[in-house]
Design a protein around this ligand. Structure first.
Ligand code: HEC
Length: 418
């Protein structure tokens, strides 16, 4: 297995170094943010600040969500379903369960925010005084600087024969020397249909050959880039801030490497206030990316270390079929994790010495992303990690590891430094 070989090489090539100073039993400060005091709440004073910060990353006109939550009218009309969506934590979309290690940029609402939205709905969604409204929402701050903006030359028209199209674009940064990537930003073109983006660094020749096999620019791909030797650098989903790798860390990009940007287009029309999606009409899209390179070589060079279970075989008709693997990983510091399965995945979890590093109890292929810890996690020498995956297989065939839409994966990339 190719991935296995790569794994072994990585293990052999890594310096076995413990790192003092990162705690493995973090203590959480008390929850920040607003608290519900039991009194009357209003849209302008209490609800709008929460909705601006927590919902309007997606719920704007022409955003990825099917309706806007910008005005009192839009929101009060659906106050009951709005309150229900936050109480049950369907919204905002955020997959990891609460665990011993917290993630930065979490979209999970605090209990105080849930209580205020619930109370507003129970009180009949009062509007209150517009004088109390906060200033309009500021978009997430961009990266402090970017060095290069790249994207396809021509707009791409997603195939609308099915409601999902996964397309890989080859993007050439034309580097003249190796660089340390420390952040990137994705600028989606047709925002309603760009559902997520995966970014890979790939060997130039292999990527050029793959690109030449199809007449149009790029190629159809799913889950992976479809190129041997490519490595995942990150994943972006709508509503996420720009990606900054943790302070002092970065990923080295070879001078002759190219990037592969996989865009998942979801071409469906959604009706306001319902989750039922209808098949829609594809719009031309030009999604671009801005890259941020370190000014000086980074002090902690990161690698995305793959934890892989490729040995599963999910029987036809299975529900809740679980498989796991245990692997030694090099000692060092773990800064982030990017779990990955395809569409039949239901649950994925990574543990170290019985302690949960990440658990996604209800996997949703559409919302995959890299999660960075608030406090990095120390990985001691001879540490075994356990990766467990659970699937449902509604088909009549056995499903195994593969890159196709009908195949599955059980994979977690660990963003690690020595
Ligand atoms: C990261 C993007 C994102 C954020 C942030 C977000 N939503 Fe959504 N929301 C969506 C999308 C996309 C849908 C359409 C259904 C789907 O794809 O899951 C949706 C659907 C909904 C629905 C209808 C379906 C349901 O589950 O009831 C409600 C209500 C809703 N959102 C409320 C909210 C509220 C309230 C917030 C903020 C507290 C919020 N959303 C934050 C993306 C987002």
């Amino acid at each position: 297995m190719r991935t296995r070989d790569r794994l072994l090489l990585l293990m052999l090539g890594t310096v076995w170094l413990g790192l003092p100073g990162c705690s493995s039993t973090p203590t959480d400060p008390p929850e920040e943010g607003p608290r519900y005091d039991g009194g009357p709440v209003s849209w302008h004073r209490d609800v709008l600040p929460i909705v601006q910060e927590r919902c309007q990353g997606c719920h704007t006109q022409n955003g990825v969500a099917p309706f806007a939550l910008e005005t009192y009218g839009e929101s009060s009309r659906m106050h009951a379903v709005l309150a229900d969506s936050v109480r049950t934590r369907r919204m905002p979309p955020w997959m990891p369960a609460e665990g011993p290690h917290r993630f930065r940029d979490s979209r999970r609402l605090t209990q105080g925010e849930v209580d205020i939205l619930s109370a507003w709905s129970e009180q009949g969604a009062p509007e209150g005084d517009p004088q109390d409204a906060p200033a309009p929402r500021e978009p997430a701050p961009p990266l402090a600087w970017t060095d290069l903006t790249i994207g396809p030359e021509e707009p791409y028209l997603p195939k609308d024969t099915a409601s999902d199209d996964y397309h890989c674009f080859l993007l050439d940064p034309h580097l003249t020397q190796r660089r340390d990537l420390i952040g990137f930003e994705v600028m989606p073109g047709a925002k309603q249909q760009v559902h997520h983006v995966l970014l890979f660094a790939a060997p130039r020749q292999a990527a050029l050959q793959r690109d030449a096999r199809e007449a149009e620019p790029g190629w159809t791909c799913f889950g992976d880039s479809g190129i041997g030797g490519a490595s995942l650098l990150g994943a972006w989903a709508p509503g996420s801030p720009p990606t900054s790798y943790p302070e002092g860390t970065g990923v080295r990009v070879a001078a002759d490497a190219v990037f592969v940007m996989q865009v998942h287009y979801n071409i469906s029309q959604r009706q306001a206030g319902t989750v039922t999606a209808m098949h829609g009409e594809a719009q031309p899209d030009l999604t671009r990316m801005a890259l941020q390179f370190a000014r000086e070589p980074v002090s902690k060079l990161a690698s995305l270390y793959p934890l892989v279970d490729a040995e599963f075989s999910i029987p036809p008709g299975a529900t809740g079929y679980t498989h796991h693997t245990e692997q030694y990983v090099p000692a060092g510091t773990l800064w982030g994790v990017l779990p990955h399965m395809h569409t039949k995945g239901r649950r994925i979890q990574v543990e170290q010495g019985g302690e949960r590093l990440v658990e996604i109890p209800a996997w949703d292929f559409h919302w995959q992303q890299m999660y960075f810890y608030k406090q990095p996690v120390r990985v001691p020498l001879f540490s075994q990690m356990k990766l467990s995956c659970t699937w449902d297989n509604p088909t009549s065939r056995t499903v195994t590891w593969g890159e196709g839409t009908d195949d599955e994966m059980c994979l977690a990339y660990l963003y690690m430094t020595e």
